[in-house]
Design a protein around this ligand. Structure first.
Ligand code: HCA
Ligand code: CU
Length: 375
């Protein structure tokens, strides 16, 4: 099935607040909410107003900002929380209930029938208050399929807008996602959302496969921040979708991604990882001679993503022993120096010999190139 249309539910302000290093002030929450809205995500999800008195106030404040995106909050499937959520003025409430045997035994101790009965009351209440409602099954992928499908079909009949699959401990595989979403598609009318943790490195692939199987909403956070090592990163999902079909992501302000990553990294006190999707320090750096030669002729040779679309710059790394003559020639030309082929080969050999002792700075490389003209 080809991916048609989808929405991002960015949870930097909910799952992201569960990141070990996160503690947002209201000013920071507003900055993040506005930046996500400007980037163009369709939804943002906020920490439960039941979490603390300030969380309640913050939910109200952000719901009142008049952003273009829809504002959701996330609560337990419980009337006390649902009442608080609705009172904040959000557009929708994401509720969740654990259906896995772990959570049923060690957390809430409820049977599937009891889960369905509680869900009905809470869903009815949220719907009557005019909010969207999503029901998600925490720890979906360690639940019995039969239990899951019963719960999802029941909540679908109660009229939820979305059913959510949550890979709470990040163990699901793309194949499992494809099978479960495809099955669910046949059984429910509601939209299908996926929330994937990244413990075993599959969060992006799982999100993408969920979309391929017909899911409509994907949860993300900026840089993937969340519990443990986090969830599907917004930029990583964008990279995945862009390299599949760039038209899928032209609805977002791609040129703002770097600023968004930088801002959230700064707020939670981390660096953007060097190997981050799109915005990492080395994401568009080409090094080995074979790569640099082809990239200089046609960047698409080794760039699945055009850095310009994201306001990023390409770097051709030259002063090292894996360098090639084309990269050196290119640098020489930038400096207004022109060498014949034989000389260029000699210069290249010299640079490789010198760089065996360690990389050469651009300045040293440039001096070296200039010295060959005089020689
Ligand atoms: C958590 C809950 C959650 C909820 C996901 C969802 C998860 O463990 O804190 O509502 O879809 O990963 O299960 O983030
Ligand atoms: Cu989560």
């Amino acid at each position: 099935m080809s991916i048609q249309s989808f929405s991002v539910i960015d949870s930097t302000l909910r799952e992201g607040e569960q990141f070990a290093k996160a503690h947002y002030t209201i000013e920071e929450k507003i900055r993040i909410a506005r930046a996500l809205d400007a980037f163009g995500v369709e939804y943002i999800e906020l920490t439960s107003p039941a979490a603390s008195p300030q969380s309640f106030e913050d939910c109200k404040t952000i719901a009142g900002l008049g952003l273009n995106c829809k504002i959701l909050t996330h609560t337990r499937c419980h009337m006390d929380d649902a009442r608080k959520a609705v009172a904040t003025g959000v557009d929708g409430v994401d509720i969740l209930f654990g259906t896995s045997s772990y959570l049923r035994r060690f957390s809430h101790g409820k049977t599937i029938d009891e889960i369905i009965a509680s869900a009905r009351v809470v869903i009815d209440f949220i719907k009557q208050s005019g909010c969207e409602v999503r029901f998600s099954s925490e720890d979906t992928f360690r639940s019995e399929e039969e239990d899951l499908l019963r719960v999802y079909q029941a909540v679908d009949e109660f009229g939820v807008n979305r059913v959510g699959l949550a890979d709470t401990v990040g163990v699901a595989t793309p194949r499992q996602l494809y099978i479960l979403v495809s099955e669910l598609k046949k059984r429910v009318k509601a939209d299908i959302e996926f929330h994937g943790h990244n413990d075993s490195g599959c969060a992006i692939a799982n999100s993408f496969t969920a979309l391929e199987a017909g899911a409509t909403h994907i949860d993300t956070s900026v840089l993937g921040i969340g519990e443990r090592n986090g969830i599907t990163p917004l930029g990583g999902l964008i990279a995945r979708l862009y390299s599949y079909d760039r038209d899928l992501v032209t609805k977002y302000r791609l040129d703002q991604l770097h600023q968004l990553d930088r801002m959230v990294a700064g707020i939670v006190g981390i660096q953007i990882p060097f190997n981050n999707y799109i915005t990492g320090e080395t994401s568009f750096t080409h090094k080995a001679g074979m790569h640099t030669k082809a990239v200089m002729l046609n960047p698409g040779a080794y760039e699945p993503i055009d850095p310009q679309d994201f306001g990023m710059e390409r770097t051709i790394s030259i002063g090292h022993r894996l360098t090639g003559k084309n990269a050196i020639q290119n640098r020489a030309q930038e400096l207004g120096l022109h060498f014949g082929d034989t000389q260029l080969r000699e210069i290249t050999q010299e640079i490789k010999r010198l760089a065996d002792a360690g990389p050469l700075s651009t300045r040293r490389l440039d001096d070296l190139l200039r010295s060959w003209v005089v020689a």
